[in-house]
Design a binder for this molecule. Structure first.
Ligand SMILES: Cc1ncc(COP(=O)(O)O)c(C=O)c1O
Length: 370
């Protein structure tokens, strides 16, 4: 029933772990909110532009059940991560320890490596370990760790991190928590007010279907005052329009991380999309997604390499067809069925715009080519 809302071309699109399809109304909404005001007034547009940002952060607050003032727009996750790390005294001290996984997205490791002082240690949970297993996290969350970076969902393996176990364990051991929701935002429900992590970074390009350039960081309200961002500008100021070069005062919300003149256009597109998804709710999207991944798993039970148990599964199912994989991928492409391949197998991510006919086409095409 949602399929008609999205810009889809002929064929079957199952690549929402990479880039989500835009809403058909995105163009019209962008024109109305961004261009029409130019045609109607000679006034400076900042008031309207800040309204666009307000729609973006209020949509995020609704989607993740958190305060709007805890969100700040960012260009991408790597940049948001760098800003958070550089703002924390604890992580700019000598010899701090940051725990992450070899399964995290490489850009996250690159950013951490360069944002931390050289004396700090990046400690990796090895690649072969199951990131959906609470015992693995329990073993690595030792007392000398200062911060743990947790990817909520791992797109190469389809594993989901057990945040409900990790966050309380980390807290009890004095470890700060930072969640990367690039692969889960919009498709796996996340309630920040209940979970209470310390920091979060995310984007809009994948399951939120909001295009590139509209990322965000989230700072737990308890930490906002202590954060001292280094990459600042007039939009990090308590009153950006004060214009006194001798009087810098941090904004009292997460917007202290904002910086110089912000981009507005990506947030106009993403804000529209996030409002759409906030209305549907992540729970309904999760159920739709899991219904189809379960269907696929039941047809090819011996080919699944991603987790089977519901609470360990992300929105992506990964199937491995051994030596037949390259030929199969070529045939799917020829049939206009879009999935992709990583080291563990073929990644398939059904979204709210996929229906049973899409899944049946995928299943028939696979059966015909293995
Ligand atoms: C888990 C995860 N984190 C981060 C990113 C992207 O980070 P950035 O926005 O800095 O490019 C991706 C991109 O696919 C990802 O899968």
């Amino acid at each position: 029933m949602y399929k008609n809302d999205f810009a889809l071309s002929r064929g079957v699109y199952l690549l929402s772990h990479s880039v989500g399809r835009p809403l058909k109304t995105a163009q019209q909404s962008f024109s109305k909110n961004f261009f029409s005001p130019w045609e109607q007034s000679n006034k400076e547009p900042w008031g309207i532009w800040l309204g666009i940002i307000d729609q973006f952060t209020s949509g995020l607050a609704k989607l993740f059940n958190a305060k709007q003032s805890e969100f700040c727009p960012q260009v991408n996750l790597s940049s948001g991560l760098t800003k958070i790390i550089m703002s924390l005294n604890k992580l700019q001290a000598q010899n701090c320890v940051v725990l992450l996984s070899e399964n995290d997205f490489p850009s996250i490791g690159f950013a951490l490596q360069n944002a931390l002082p050289k004396s700090c240690e990046l400690r990796f949970i090895p690649k072969h370990l199951d990131m959906s297993c609470a015992n693995v996290w329990d073993e690595y969350l030792v007392n000398d760790v200062d911060l743990v970076l947790i990817s909520h969902a791992y797109s190469n393996s389809g594993q989901l991190a057990p945040l409900n176990d990790i966050i309380p364990t980390a807290k009890s051991r004095g470890v700060l928590t930072l969640i990367d929701i690039a692969q889960s935002g919009g498709v796996v429900p996340l309630d920040l007010s209940t979970l209470k992590p310390d920091f979060m970074i995310g984007s809009s390009i994948k399951w939120l279907c909001g295009g590139p350039g509209a990322a965000y960081l989230w700072i737990n309200a308890d930490h906002i005052e202590a954060c001292q961002p280094k990459d600042v500008g007039w939009f990090s100021h308590d009153n950006p329009f004060e214009f006194d070069i001798h009087d810098f005062r941090f904004h009292d919300s997460a917007l202290k991380f904002w910086g110089g003149t912000p981009s507005i256009t990506p947030f106009a597109i993403a804000g529209h999309s996030i409002s759409y998804f906030a209305k549907i709710g992540s729970q309904a999207i999760r159920e739709h997604n899991q219904k189809f991944t379960t269907l696929i798993a039941n047809v090819f039970p011996d080919k699944i390499v991603s987790p089977i148990e519901h609470h360990r599964r992300s929105g992506t199912i990964v199937l491995n067809f051994g030596e037949k994989q390259s030929k199969l991928l070529d045939s799917l492409q020829k049939n206009n069925i879009t999935v992709d391949r990583r080291s563990l197998g073929l990644r398939i991510s059904p979204h709210i715009y996929n229906d049973i006919s899409d899944i049946n086409q995928l299943l028939s095409a696979i059966k015909a080519n293995i």
